[in-house]
Design a protein around this ligand. Structure first.
Ligand SMILES: [Zn+2]
Length: 449
């Protein structure tokens, strides 16, 4: 994993290798600023040459992939073709907490509803007095946009990022329909197949059109078989599971579904209806794009079909971080086999000071102060316990208790009852938890074994 480097005045320089960072620290030329993402500051340097870096994002509902790459372009002497080369520097996966936000808001709603019927039954109902500003998103979704933008800002403080890339849509409708815009190769070439597939998955709701099976590998199916003159147009394509595809074979759809006239009519109607403006389907991604534009950096957008095409062509394993590296126009990716920093949005504690049992009765009360002996829940600490049942070194996220006997959540377990006297803060709580993931190819090898 590349190490982020700041100069004496905390301005970002080019990231360096772990080895170089180790040497700089050993010689006393640098100090550690942060542990995750690992950042050092040079004590004797102001300014320096930087190269253009690009931060690439693959936004997902649960996890957003982050890839920081250095770009270079090579030009073929003979053909004059320009190749876009990427060197992976740093990879991260940001896990959102949309589900947790949704649950706590649901809890609050139930609580208020119950209180209204208990305490304010005679108060007249209010209605039609609430407005939502334009561009409003549910809090759980807004959080995804905000935490992603937050990480773009954080990384900009650590590295000289000059451009962004974001996967904006699942598939590029213009590439499917408008050959003039993207050129014939894009329309008819290999890439078109990926865009078509993503389009069909969306259009047919990722199910087999004939038996309704979900969660199985789906194949592209010609409604009027090609052997009978059926075309490759999107309106003649659907998705079918392996079994249905084989069973249908070369039959026309009318013969195959002659015992199910209702299904036949439905499939024919759905095949003709184009998918509603696919770009507008995902409001989150557009909100993110608009937020990214406010950074002032140039934002390149790509489609999911293109990402998949790049990943398959470059033969990279499927991870969120590597998907991010494949967003947009890429010809080659180098140095992709690096560990990934797993970033988990944890929040900063709860406002409510009363813990409830499952019936809604108070079970206990939380302390009013966030700090206990200088520690705060969420701090990353290292505890060296000299003796006793829990003797040893524990590193992890601390949960403070008023008594001073803390819980530490380490990589594999929660250790309870560690005195504050043994703890030392490694990094202050910042709303995120960190873990290091091994290299993706090691994963791949283990899966294959
Ligand atoms: Zn089927």
């Amino acid at each position: 994993m590349a190490v982020f480097v700041l100069d004496k005045q905390k301005r970002p320089l080019m990231p360096c290798t772990e080895k170089r960072a180790r040497l700089l620290l050993e010689r006393g030329r640098a100090v550690v600023v942060r542990l995750a993402p690992f950042t050092i500051r040079l004590k004797d340097r102001i300014g320096g040459a930087t190269q253009p870096l690009r931060l690439k994002l693959d936004p997902g509902s649960r996890v957003t992939g982050l890839a920081l790459v250095r770009e270079s372009e090579t030009c073929d002497r003979e053909t004059g073709a320009v190749e876009r080369l990427e060197h992976g520097l740093w990879f991260g996966e940001l896990a959102h907490r949309g589900q947790a936000i949704r649950e706590t808001l649901g809890q609050r709603r139930h609580l208020r509803r119950a209180r209204r019927s208990r305490k304010t039954r005679y108060r007249a109902a209010r209605f039609l007095n609430r407005t939502r500003r334009t561009g409003w998103l549910p809090p759980s979704v807004q959080h995804r946009v905000e935490s992603t933008v937050n990480w773009v800002k954080r990384l900009r403080q650590l590295a000289p990022i000059t451009a962004l890339s974001q996967e904006l849509v699942r598939f590029d409708t213009q590439a499917l329909q408008n050959p003039e815009i993207s050129g014939v190769e894009y329309q008819q070439g290999e890439l078109a197949g990926y865009e078509v597939r993503e389009y069909l998955l969306e259009k047919w709701h990722r199910t087999c059109a004939y038996c309704g099976a979900t969660g199985v590998p789906l194949e592209i199916e010609h409604i009027v078989p090609r052997a009978r003159g059926g075309s490759d147009r999107v309106s003649n394509l659907t998705l079918a599971c392996r079994a249905c595809n084989q069973r249908k074979g070369n039959q026309p759809v009318e013969a195959f579904l002659k015992r199910q006239p209702a299904l036949l009519r439905q499939i024919q109607a759905q095949a003709q209806a184009p998918l509603q403006d696919a770009a507008a389907v995902n409001a989150t991604r557009w909100a993110l794009l608009n937020a990214l534009k406010t950074t002032g950096l140039l934002v390149e957008t790509g489609s999911g079909g293109r990402t998949k095409f790049n990943r398959t062509r470059l033969d990279l394993p499927k991870t969120h971080a590597l998907d991010a590296a494949c967003v947009g126009a890429v010809d080659q990716v180098r140095d992709w086999n690096r560990p990934v920093l797993a970033i988990r949005a944890t929040g900063r504690g709860t406002y409510s000071r009363t813990r409830l049992d499952r019936f809604g009765f108070p079970r206990g009360y939380l302390i009013r102060e966030k700090r206990v002996h200088g520690f705060q829940t969420g701090d990353w600490v290292r505890a060296e316990v000299p003796a006793g049942k829990r003797a040893g070194v524990h590193v992890g996220r601390v949960a403070v208790r008023r008594t001073g006997a803390f819980n530490i959540q380490t990589q594999d377990a929660t250790v309870q009852g560690i005195s504050y006297r043994h703890c030392r803060v490694l990094q202050r709580a910042d709303g995120y938890g960190y873990a290091f993931q091994s290299k993706p190819d090691a994963e791949k090898a283990r899966r294959a074994a």
